[in-house]
Design a protein around this ligand. Structure first.
Ligand code: TYD
Ligand code: MG
Length: 456
C-alpha cells in the first residue's frame, strides 16, 4: 500500500501511478517506478491567493521593445549553437554522456564570459572546488574571475543567487541538486523537476542565464531531465565517440535560434579547442579510397562538413545476418538496404552489413542516404568509387534519388577540398565547379558504381 501522499513515479517518462507495478503503464519501461512523496507543486496557488486573481492583461504582437541583448561568451562554437550568444533570463539544458566533456565545456564558457566582463558563477554538485580549480589551471583559465562553489542544496544555491546578481550561472549537474521540500532522493524525477523549476523561475525573475548540466542514460535520453526539457528555453547535446578527440555540440530545441547549427571542438591536453572550419576534419585523406567508402558532402547548420561513410558487406556466418551501424540511424540503414534490394537487385539477406561514419561524427541529414547506399553498393560489388568523388542525395522508397537542400554549397566546399566529381540527384545544374554524374534513380547510381562509369 502506498503511504499517505506517496506515489510511484516512472523515472523514465515521469508519469505517476497510485500503485507500484513492474512495468510503467504509460511508457512500458520495466522497473522504472520509484516511490516518491509529492507535496504541493512549488508556485501552486493556495486557496487564499487564488481568490485574489486579477485577470489577464493582454498585449499586442507589435511592440518596439529592444530585443534581448545576448551575452557573447567568447566561445564562438558555443555561441553559434545558442543562436549568437546566451539570452539573459533564459535556461539552457546541456545533455551528454558522462565523461564527454560537459563540465570542461561549461567551465571554459563561464571563464571566457567572465573575462569579457560578464558576472559568472560555476556551481558544481559533483566535484570539489579544488578539483574544479585544478582543471581550470590545466586549461589555462586560472586567472578568469569566475565564482566557484561546490554545493548540492537547492536552498543554499537559490539563497546565494538571490543575494548576489550574476549574468550567467552554470549548475553542474541538475541530477545532483537536492531540495529539502521533497522527500525523494537526489536524481529522482521529483527532485530534478523541482530543482529545475526553481532555477528556471530564478532565471526568468532575475534575468540570469542559467545553464543546467544533465547526464544522459544509455538509451540516449536525458535521464530524469527528460521531464524538464519543456521547462527550459534551449536543449543542447554534447556528443562524441570514445576514442576520437572530436566533440559536437548540437541544439535539439532553441526558443531563441535555429536548431540545426553545430559547434565542433577537439578535446586536448588543455581542454576543448574550437574547430572553426570543420569541413575536412572527419575526412580520411590518407591513402587510396577502398571499396566500401563514400565521401558524403553534408551541411550542418550553416557550414558544410565532409565525412566518409564506410561499409562492409560480408557473407554471414550466423542464421540471422548482422546489421551494425555507428554514426547513422539504424532505421535509415534498414530502409536503404530494403530499397537497394527491391529496386536495384542487390541482395543482403545472407550478408552481414556494417556501416560506420568515420571520425566519430553522427549524421542525421536525409541527404546522406545516397552516400550510405553508395558505400554499401561499393562494398557489395567490390568496386571502389573514384578517389575524387563526393556523394549526396535523398532516397525515396520508390527508388528515386531526390534533390536536397544547399546543393551548390556542398559542391563548392567539395571543390575547395580538391574533389572533382559528384554523384548527385540528376536535376542539378552542372555548376562548373565539379563534374556532376546525375542519377535520378538509385538503380542508375548503382549501375554507375558497378560499371565505374562517371560520365555526366
Ligand atoms: P568532463 O568535462 O569531466 O565530462 P562530463 O562533465 O561530461 O562528465 O570531461 C572529462 C573527460 O575529458 C575526461 O575523460 C578527461 C577529458 N579531458 C581532457 O582530455 N583534457 C582536458 O583538458 C580536460 C579538462 C578533460
Ligand atoms: Mg562533469
Amino acid at each position: 500500500m502506498a503511504r499517505d501522499g506517496a506515489v510511484y513515479v516512472c523515472q523514465s517518462c515521469g508519469a505517476s501511478q497510485a500503485k507500484w507495478s513492474g512495468q510503467c503503464p504509460a511508457c512500458n519501461a520495466w522497473n522504472s517506478l520509484v516511490e516518491e512523496t509529492q507535496g504541493r507543486p512549488p508556485g501552486a496557488l493556495t486557496p487564499s491567493r487564488a481568490t485574489r486573481v486579477r485577470g489577464l492583461a493582454f498585449e499586442t504582437l507589435d511592440h518596439d521593445a529592444a530585443p534581448a541583448k545576448r551575452i557573447a561568451t567568447g566561445v564562438e562554437e558555443f555561441d553559434r549553437v545558442c543562436g549568437g550568444g546566451v539570452v539573459p533570463g533564459s535556461a539552457i539544458l546541456l545533455g551528454g554522456d558522462p565523461g564527454v566533456g560537459k563540465s570542461t565545456l561549461l567551465l571554459q564558457v563561464a571563464a571566457e564570459a567572465s573575462r569579457r566582463g560578464a558576472k559568472c558563477a560555476y556551481i558544481s554538485g559533483e566535484e570539489a572546488v579544488e578539483q574544479v580549480r585544478a582543471r581550470a589551471h590545466r586549461m589555462g583559465l586560472a586567472d578568469a574571475p569566475v565564482k566557484l562553489a561546490a554545493e548540492t542544496s537547492l536552498r543554499e544555491i537559490l539563497d546565494g543567487l538571490k543575494r548576489e546578481h550574476f549574468d550567467l550561472v552554470v549548475i553542474d549537474s541538475i541530477q545532483t541538486m537536492w531540495s529539502d521540500a521533497h522527500e525523494a532522493g537526489p536524481g529522482s524525477v521529483t527532485q530534478v523537476r523541482a530543482a529545475a523549476g526553481e532555477l528556471v523561475r530564478l532565471a526568468k525573475k532575475r534575468g540570469v542565464a542559467v545553464i543546467l548540466v544533465g547526464h544522459v542514460t544509455k538509451e540516449g535520453t536525458i535521464a530524469g531531465p527528460r521531464v524538464i526539457e519543456h521547462m527550459v528555453d534551449a536543449v543542447l547535446s554534447f556528443e562524441g565517440e570514445r576514442g576520437y578527440p572530436f566533440r559536437v555540440l548540437r541544439g535539439a530545441k532553441n526558443r531563441f535560434g535555429a536548431t540545426d547549427e553545430i559547434g565542433v571542438f577537439e578535446m586536448g591536453e588543455s581542454g576543448l579547442a574550437e574547430v572553426a572550419n570543420p569541413s575536412a576534419l572527419f575526412l580520411n585523406t590518407s591513402g587510396e579510397r577502398a571499396a566500401g567508402a563514400a565521401v558524403f558532402a553534408g551541411v550542418e547548420g550553416s557550414r558544410p562538413v565532409l565525412v566518409e561513410f564506410q561499409a562492409l558487406v560480408a557473407p554471414t556466418s550466423y542464421g540471422t545476418p548482422r546489421r551494425a551501424v555507428v554514426g547513422w540511424d539504424s532505421g535509415r540503414l534498414a530502409m536503404v538496404l530494403a530499397v537497394l534490394e527491391a529496386r536495384c537487385g542487390l541482395g543482403f539477406g545472407t550478408r552481414d552489413v556494417y556501416l560506420n561514419v568515420a571520425g566519430g561524427m553522427r549524421i542525421s541529414e536525409p541527404a546522406a542516404d545516397l552516400a550510405a547506399a553508395a558505400a554499401l553498393a561499393s562494398s557489395a560489388l567490390e568496386q571502389a568509387l573514384p578517389q575524387d568523388c563526393v556523394v549526396f542525395g535523398e532516397i525515396s522508397l520508390s527508388g528515386d534519388v531526390r534533390p536536397v537542400s544547399r546543393m551548390e554549397t556542398r559542391l563548392k566546399e567539395a571543390a575547395k577540398l580538391g574533389f572533382r566529381r559528384a554523384l548527385a540527384p540528376s536535376d542539378i545544374e552542372a555548376s562548373g565547379v565539379l563534374a556532376v554524374s546525375g542519377a535520378a534513380r538509385l538503380a542508375d547510381a548503382i549501375r554507375r558504381i558497378g560499371d565505374n562509369d562517371w560520365k555526366g
